[in-house]
Design a protein around this ligand. Sequence first.
Ligand code: SF4
Length: 65
Amino acid sequence: MSGVINGNQKCCGTCEYWTGTRKLNNVSEVKYEGPSAKCIGGGGNNTHVDAYGNCNQYKKWSKLQ
Ligand code: SF4
């Protein structure tokens, strides 16, 4: 499964701590692959989290504007 997420949406797929396969579609849009991947260093540390999950330790991915 893959998809596109607006960079302004606060969710794991646009978060600095998400380790899923993704790339920028453009400066404000993320294209990701796979429904879940590990969060490393954030609120879901060391667990698999869905690209559309979130938590209160969200930090915007540094590649996004
Ligand atoms: S669980 Fe929280 S810190 Fe981890 S990737 Fe998702 S929003 Fe980011």
